[in-house]
Design a protein around this ligand. Structure first.
Ligand code: RIB
Ligand code: CA
Length: 309
C-alpha cells in the first residue's frame, strides 16, 4: 500500500519543530512539502525556521515555501513569549542548506493536492488553508484528510476561551471548519495528555547527534516557559499529536463532532464549540479524545534517535 503523501502547514515554533522531525523520521508517511504561515512568530521567521528544521533532518528533497504573512482579519502576529524571539528557543543556527522554495505557499498546497491523494497536517493558524479554499472553491473535497492541531473543548491557553492557532485567525478557522474536508481535530484537552519531561530532554541530549542536541536545547526554554505558565517543566507536545495521528490512526481515540468557531465575542473570540452530541457521531469531523503518553514518548524517542550525523 502506498505511503500517505503528507503536507505540513506550520508556524515553527518549538513543538512544530518536534512534529516536523517526527514526520521526517517516519517511514509510514511521505512528506511532500512544508508550508509556513505566520503564527508563533512572523512569517519571515516561521519560514526560516521551517528551512532550519528540514535542513537539520537532512531532507533537502522536501520543498519549503512561505504562505500568508497576516491573518484574514486584524494582524495579531508578534514575537512569541513561548518559543523565543526567533521562534525556536533562540539557539545559534547557521544559514540553512535548504533554500526557500519560490512558489507561493498556498499555491504549493494546491499543486500538491492536484498531484494525488494528500493528507494535510495543519499545526499553526489556518490562514493558508482558508485562502486556499477561497482561491480554489471545492478543493476541500479533493483532500484525503485534514489533521488540525487547534481549539479547545473546555479551557483555552492564549485566553481562557481560545487556543492559540484558532485565536490567531478565527475568521480563517471558521472558513476551514465550514468546508467539506474530512477533519481530525486535536484540541488542547487532547494535546495536554502528551508531554515530555526532563528525562526525555536528557535522553535526546544523550543521543550525541545534532538532532538530539538541538531538540534538547530548544526544549529547555520551552520547559522554562511551561514551568512559569503551568507550574511544571513538562513540555506539551501539541503539534506532534497531529503527526502521531497520521502515523497510527488507532493511537488517538476519536469521536464525531461538529465544530463552530466564535469570531465576534468580546471574551470568547477564537473559542471553538465542539459539539459531541450523539447526533454528530457520523460527522466527517472527528475530535481526538484520549492518547497514551508513554506509547507516544517511546515512539518519539525511537524516531528522533534514527537521525544520524
Ligand atoms: O496552542 C498550541 C499551538 O499554538 C501549537 O501549534 C503551538 O505551536 C502554538 O502555535
Ligand atoms: Ca504550531
Amino acid at each position: 500500500m502506498a505511503r500517505p503523501r503528507v503536507l505540513i502547514d506550520t508556524d515553527p515554533g518549538v513543538d512544530d519543530a518536534v512534529a516536523i522531525l517526527l514526520a521526517l523520521a517516519s517511514p509510514e508517511i511521505d512528506v511532500v512539502a512544508v508550508t509556513a504561515v505566520a503564527g508563533n512568530v512572523p512569517l519571515a521567521k516561521t519560514a526560516l525556521n521551517a528551512r532550519r528544521i528540514v535542513a537539520l533532518a537532512g531532507r533537502g528533497d522536501v520543498p519549503v515555501a512561505a504562505g500568508r504573512a497576516q491573518p484574514l482579519s486584524e494582524p495579531v502576529v508578534e514575537d512569541s513569549v513561548v518559543h523565543g524571539r526567533d521562534g525556536l528557543g533562540d539557539l545559534d543556527w547557521d544559514e540553512p542548506a535548504v533554500a526557500l522554495d519560490p512558489r507561493d505557499g498556498v499555491e504549493l498546497i494546491a499543486e500538491m493536492i492536484g498531484a494525488g491523494p494528500l493528507t494535510i497536517v495543519a499545526i499553526g493558524p489556518l490562514t493558508n488553508l482558508a485562502v486556499l479554499l477561497q482561491r480554489h472553491p471545492g478543493i476541500d473535497r479533493d483532500v484525503e484528510h485534514l489533521v488540525i492541531m487547534g481549539g479547545a473543548s473546555f479551557q483555552g491557553n492564549v485566553t481562557p476561551a481560545a487556543e492559540f492557532n484558532i485565536w490567531a485567525d478565527p475568521e480563517a478557522a471558521r472558513v476551514v471548519f465550514d468546508g467539506a474536508w474530512r477533519i481530525t481535530l486535536l484540541p488542547l484537552d487532547l494535546t495536554h495528555q502528551a508531554y515530555l519531561d526532563d528525562q526525555d530532554l536528557d535522553y535526546f541530549h544523550s543521543l550525541g547527534t545534532e538532532v538530539g542536541r538541538r531538540v534538547a536545547a530548544m526544549l529547555e526554554p520551552y520547559a522554562q516557559f511551561h514551568d512559569r505558565w503551568y507550574g511544571t517543566r513538562d513540555v506539551i507536545m501539541h503539534d506532534a499529536m497531529a503527526v502521531y495521528e497520521v502515523l497510527d490512526d488507532a493511537a488517538i481515540q476519536k469521536r464525531g463532532v461538529r465544530v463552530a468557531v466564535e469570531t465576534d465575542g468580546v471574551h470568547s473570540r477564537g473559542a471553538t464549540f465542539i459539539d459531541r452530541r450523539r447526533e454528530n457521531a457520523d460527522s466527517p469531523v472527528r475530535v481526538g479524545v484520549t492518547v497514551d503518553n508513554d506509547r507516544f514518548r517511546a515512539r518519539l524517542r525511537e524516531r528522533l534517535a534514527s537521525f544520524v550525523d
